[in-house]
Write a protein that binds this ligand. Structure first.
Ligand code: ADQ
Length: 489
């Protein structure tokens, strides 16, 4: 900002994401109670220096009446949030359909839905139209609140059509787009029927960001192979206009975790857990219950470990905390039953009258309970089949200052690029390899644990969420300033 002469001024940042960082509950005709979810993204964006940030997004509830909409808008304004109202039909087609059923699996290499190809193809058209309509509704709210000089930061696969809507309205808007999931190889991406339209829309942004260099490279390849455009070291060029494409690996607010570990309540919880699992090593998995997180594969690898290392029976416990998501989708319901079935079988097989090897909880934990669990654990198992970054691995490392636990990490998580030197990297599909890594982690010498932990801790505490957001916003400002200079010359 200094270089741009913005010192002392607060630049306005409009963050546009599918969901606002709040949960909203209606308490009466014109009364709402709101709870801000204090996730990494929220603290990242609130922590950006010299920036005045506001969020635009869907509040996650259907509000058909005007009185309710006005009341919710008022309540959200106090939290610096601006709602986009989506009706049930559009949520069904755009969010459940196109976003969650088509883009999410495709971007995680699970392919397009295949059960009924014809039905999928028919739905596809109407879902894509709903996706575009929904993106236009987000754009309409941005137009209403935009002031000259604002930075608009669009987030994730839900809003790939938004950069085009914004630039069509006002070519001078500063628009950035960041993808939180992987961007798949162009060979996977090119199966998407609306592949070109989406790429062209994303290219309307001034800056396009990904978690890793590989995802950025896949995106540039998709643009060159599918659209025939030119890829340059800076990004993608189309008729003299450059869209900058780069990697901006996200981080966490590590200080928030460190502060939590100092609280009396958290320390008490750590003591209780330590006593509860005395004499046993504790391994931890924390995931949303999603097929990309590789939970069944992880549990099967743990079973293989128990099978091959009978001396460890009763001396190790796996705590798997899985928050249910998208519970109305049949595939997710199937996944839940599958996980329950495997856990039940393994506990029946290896459990004793006094202990079971796996504690599986289908729920979310509050922040303090999560920090306590991270801190008491000897080994964390992150075995995503694909994951944009994976913040759980970062959070675990941040809480391991004293214990120096071992992180077993999937090579298919973006975090493998940053925490690879300290973690034990595994191919989550190779159950034997994961089982061997569990043995390695449980028997690792204190020296090796210390060395590995030191590496990761240094990374997690220096590459924070605030740095990520600040870097992105600065680069967006610079990219636009450079482009303006080029056109003037
Ligand atoms: P997610 O797929 O949600 O995010 P992740 O990065 O691991 O994955 O973040 C999950 C968050 O939810 C973490 O902050 C974690 O603490 C919390 N969480 C998970 N299970 C929980 C539980 N049982 N109880 C309480 N909290 C729980 C998407 C992408 C990721 C990318 C992020 C950020 O899929 O790859 O890292 O966005 O860009």
């Amino acid at each position: 900002f200094r270089r741009l002469g913005l010192r002392g001024m607060k630049q306005r940042l409009l963050v546009v994401a599918n969901r606002l960082p709040v949960s909203a509950n209606r308490r009466g005709e014109d009364h709402w109670s709101l709870e801000i979810s204090a996730g990494g993204l929220v603290s990242a964006l609130l922590g950006v220096k010299d920036v005045d940030a506001k969020w635009i997004g869907w509040a996650g509830v259907n509000v058909p009446d005007e009185i309710g909409q006005r009341a919710l808008t008022r309540a959200l304004a106090e939290k610096r949030c601006i709602p986009v109202f989506l009706d049930e039909e559009i949520v069904h087609q755009y969010y459940n359909g196109y976003c969650n059923n088509i883009l999410w699996p495709l971007f995680h290499y699970l392919g397009l839905p295949q059960e009924d190809r014809l039905a999928t193809t028919r739905n596809f058209e109407s879902q894509f139209n709903a996706y575009k309509r929904a993106n236009q509704m987000f754009a309409d709210v941005v137009y209403e609140h935009y002031q000259e000089g604002d930075v608009i930061w669009c987030h994730d696969y839900h809003l790939m059509f938004l950069p085009k809507c914004l630039k069509d309205h006002n070519i001078n808007m500063k628009v950035g787009w960041f993808l939180h999931t992987p961007f798949p190889s162009s060979e996977i991406y090119r199966t998407l029927p609306s592949r070109s339209e989406l790429l062209r829309s994303v290219l309307c942004a001034d800056l396009v960001g990904f978690h890793t260099y590989d995802y950025a490279r896949h995106f540039v390849s998709a643009c060159t192979r599918i659209l025939g455009l030119e890829g340059t070291p800076e990004g993608v060029e189309d008729q003299g206009r450059l869209t900058r494409v780069a990697a901006f690996p996200i981080g966490i607010d590590s200080e928030r975790f460190k502060r939590a570990l100092e609280l009396t309540a958290v320390k008490r919880h750590i003591n209780e857990l330590t006593q509860r699992f005395a004499g046993r090593k504790v391994m931890l998995g924390v995931d949303r219950l999603d097929m990309i997180k590789g939970i069944p594969q992880k549990i099967l690898a743990f079973e293989k470990f128990l099978e091959e290392n009978p001396l460890w029976n009763d001396k190790v416990v796996l705590l798997q905390i899985a928050v249910p998501t998208r519970t109305d989708v049949p595939e997710y319901q199937k996944l839940t039953s599958q996980v329950h079935e495997i856990v039940g079988r393994i506990n029946g097989r290896f459990g004793t009258l006094t202990a079971v090897p796996i504690h599986h909880l289908d729920r979310s934990l509050d922040f303090h309970a999560l920090c306590a669990l991270y801190a008491v654990t000897d080994v964390a198992l992150v075995t995503s089949l694909r994951d944009g970054m994976n913040l759980v691995s970062y959070e675990y490392v941040a809480c391991q200052g004293s214990k120096k636990g071992v992180l077993i990490l999937s090579e298919f998580a973006g975090a493998a690029q940053s925490l690879g030197a300290g973690a034990i990297l595994v191919n989550p599909w190779n159950i034997t390899e994961v089982a061997n890594s569990i043995r390695h982690a449980l028997t690792m010498s204190p020296d090796e644990r210390e060395k590995r932990h030191r590496h990761n801790y240094a990374h997690v505490t220096t590459h924070t969420a605030q740095d990520w957001a600040e870097t992105f916003v600065c680069e967006l400002n610079e990219t636009v300033a450079e482009a303006q200079l080029r056109t003037r010359q």
